[in-house]
Design a protein around this ligand. Structure first.
Ligand code: PLP
Length: 394
């Protein structure tokens, strides 16, 4: 008999839809796939060359559990640049390199949460948060946000939700799935609430940090709330900004005792991440951030093209994302009876050959998520077919 922890876990909705898309493609169908949770760009030439060099130099041994020292240094430097208001800049020893940002989040949740502890985050949420909390034996307390309030949590909502059992607050900006982005001012207001509750840790998931559509609007949580450094874990990685999803490079930056716990956990589970990926990460992080700008411009261009098409339909409500590479679309006006976005997404795929991710697993049952991390032609045709499908429903 499997443990109750794994018995209750849900299969990832994004992986499920991708399996259906692949099956339909194998049957010879043309599918307009807007489900991608990863960039359609290639890693930088410098990162690729570094992998090849590492292979040729036989860099094939175990690496230290928390990562190669040079890489930890570079991550501390990047984080300190984004959190310049800290009184105590991070040291390399407070960095743990993980198998993607996912492992950093999973291990943080596992390190903090005991049976019955509460973890707060807002919906729509990244679908792995509740599953990770469940796996650790905790309880997710989900605070609903809507497009009307820019999918932002208010300090009042946060204050009202904190109880003596609250152990962790997770914040994700820019957000997957909505593309919402918290301003420095709002983060400060949330930070003021959190300062009053010293038992609450904060995990700031900053995996989409570089993908902001108005330069200078994104702010790291600790840049806004430096007083919370002693109980904040910053999670980031190169999956999105380095276009290196498959190379699995993420990290946590956290206070000493939390870092020790994370290293212990990783030491007994995965050990240090792939040596070749670390070589790529070192090369990538040595490159100036400005190199990423053309990709952000391309995402912005695609976002605007897609918005133009989707806004032709008054029957859907489309949120204009401020960062990341997703469009979150509310279809409630066209859902009938008890239908939720699962049924809608299934019909859209079968009848219009457009693949999107249902919002049900993101905690937004009337919404769908479209990714614009795909080529312009697929994106435009997919959006046009979606609009035509919606009109065919009435
Ligand atoms: C919000 C968010 N956090 C974390 C991750 C994890 O990224 P990875 O493990 O690929 O680095 C993802 C990936 O889709 C994400 O969307």
């Amino acid at each position: 008999m499997l443990s109750s922890r794994v018995r209750n876990l849900q299969e990832s909705a994004t992986l499920k839809i991708n399996a259906t898309v692949n099956r339909l493609k194998q049957e010879g169908k043309v599918i307009y796939n807007l489900t991608a949770g990863e960039p359609d760009f290639a890693p930088s030439d410098a990162a690729k060359a570094a992998v090849i060099e590492a292979v040729n130099k036989n860099q094939s041994k175990y690496t230290p559990t928390p990562g190669i020292p040079e890489l930890r240094e570079l991550i501390a430097k990047k984080t300190n640049a984004q959190q310049s208001s800290l009184n105590h800049p991070w040291k390399a020893a407070q960095v743990v390199v993980t198998n993607g940002g996912k492992q950093a989040i999973f291990d943080s949740v596992f390190s903090l949460i005991d049976e019955g502890d509460e973890v707060l985050f807002s919906s729509p949420y990244w679908l792995s948060y509740p599953e990770m909390v469940k796996a650790a034996g905790g309880t997710s307390v989900i605070l609903k946000t809507t497009a009307d309030s820019e999918y932002q949590l208010t300090p009042k909502d946060l204050e009202a939700a904190i109880t003596p059992k609250t152990k962790l607050f997770i914040i994700n900006s820019p957000s997957n799935p909505t593309g919402a982005l918290y301003s420095k001012h709002t983060l400060q207001a949330l930070g003021e609430v959190l300062e009053k509750h010293p038992q609450v840790w904060i995990l700031s998931d900053e995996i989409y940090d570089l993908i902001e559509f108005e330069p200078g609007t994104w702010c790291s949580f600790l840049e806004a709330c430096p007083n919370l450094q002693s109980r904040t874990i910053t999670v980031n990685g190169l999956s999105k900004s380095g276009a290196m999803t498959g190379w699995r490079v993420g990290w946590s930056v956290a206070p000493d005792h939390m870092t020790s716990a994370l290293i212990a956990l990783q030491g007994h589970s995965t050990s240090g991440i792939c040596s070749l990926s670390q070589a790529a990460a070192i090369a990538r992080l040595k490159q100036p951030a400005i190199l990423f700008e053309p990709q952000v411009k391309e995402y912005l261009h695609r976002r605007n093209l897609a918005l133009e098409v989707l806004r032709k339909s008054a029957k859907i409500d489309v949120y204009e994302p401020k960062g990341a590479f997703y469009l979150f679309v509310d279809c409630k006006k066209v859902l009938t009876g008890n239908q939720d976005a699962n049924g809608f997404a299934e019909r859209l795929l079968q009848e219009a050959q457009v693949a999107v991710v249902s919002g049900v697993d993101f905690g937004a049952p009337t919404c769908i998520r479209l990714s614009f991390a795909t080529d312009e032609s697929t994106l435009l045709q997919g959006c046009e077919r979606l609009v035509a499908f919606i009109h065919s429903l009435s």
